[in-house]
Design a protein around this ligand. Structure first.
Ligand SMILES: Nc1ncnc2c1ncn2[C@@H]1O[C@H](COP(=O)(O)OP(=O)(O)OP(=O)(O)O)[C@@H](O)[C@H]1O
Length: 263
């Protein structure tokens, strides 16, 4: 098991945001985490990434508690694309993506860095922006620079086993085609023997790409399983207060959520 979240409890002050959450994933899976605003999705991924210590319970990455890894050891095993990035220093896109290699270089890895960086820029569709300064890029372009940085970071230590890509609302500032592209990149990453977690609000995007759906609500897991079983009108009504029908995509057979409005 690549990731095991065991009886995770997260509290801010006296407010309990997550209670006894259990959740695990294998290499090869793309898990979409969905849930209403304030359900605890970002809190869950912050605990999984080791950025915020668990109030209670354990998060195991490659069978070791995330709390036991040093920052560098964690950086070689998992990467996080946050909702927004405030790294606005005077670096070019190429230089920011290149930063993804630094943890591995210090660990003594032998890397053909320029090729890896160029391939990642190409993969996220911004090869033409490689020499632009990141603060001058649009929000969506910047988001793709950081996705490329994450991809490079996860190639930096091939000997350390399957990697975990954590995406917290990765598509928020992207146009529709790029939203699909990011999810397809995450999916391709899992097919190379890794795993990815994506927090997404767009249920259709989750339905189109995820292998598994985890629905968070009221501090706990309301559903954990195949996408098709989870996205029912009853669950959408209960958890999201949403009036919706579920159709089947005529070409892919994946669920399509037809939203009529709030309940
Ligand atoms: N640093 C903090 N201090 C106090 N409360 C917090 C803190 N961070 C988050 N919370 C609260 O914890 C709850 C869960 O927040 P979280 O950001 O994890 O939810 P989310 O599901 O990611 O929400 P959204 O969909 O709006 O991004 C919310 O009620 C939020 O107000």
């Amino acid at each position: 098991m690549l990731l095991q979240v065991q009886r995770l409890t997260m509290r801010y002050g006296s407010t309990e945001v997550l209670s006894d959450v259990d959740f695990s994933m294998n290499a090869g899976e793309l898990v979409a985490i969905v849930g209403p605003n304030g359900a605890g999705k970002s809190t869950l991924v912050a605990a999984i990434s080791g950025e915020v210590p668990a109030t209670g319970g354990t998060v195991l990455l490659q069978a070791q508690p995330v709390a036991n890894y040093s920052a560098r050891e964690l950086a070689l095993r998992r990467t996080v694309l946050p909702q927004s990035t405030s790294l606005l220093f005077h670096f070019t896109a190429y230089e920011v993506v290149h930063l993804g290699l630094h943890c591995a270089r210090e660990a003594g890895a032998d890397l053909d860095a320029p090729e890896l960086v160029a391939a990642a820029l190409e993969q996220v569709g911004i090869a033409h922006l490689r020499d632009r300064y990141v603060p001058t890029l649009s929000g969506g372009e910047r988001q793709r620079v950081h996705l490329a940085r994450c991809l490079v970071q996860m190639q930096a230590s091939p000997r350390l086993g399957p990697k975990l890509l954590i995406l917290d609302e990765p598509t928020a500032s992207l146009d529709p085609a790029h939203q699909h592209r990011v999810m397809a990149i995450a999916s391709a990453f899992t097919r190379r023997g890794n795993a990815a977690i994506a927090v997404v609000h767009d249920l259709n995007l989750a339905a189109a790409y995820a292998d598994r759906l985890v629905v968070l609500n009221d501090g706990g897991v309301a559903y954990d399983g195949p996408v098709a079983g989870g996205l029912t009108p009853a669950l959408l009504a209960d958890v999201f207060r949403l009036d919706a029908d579920i159709l089947s995509h005529p070409r892919t057979g994946r669920p399509v959520i037809l939203q009529s409005g709030p309940l």
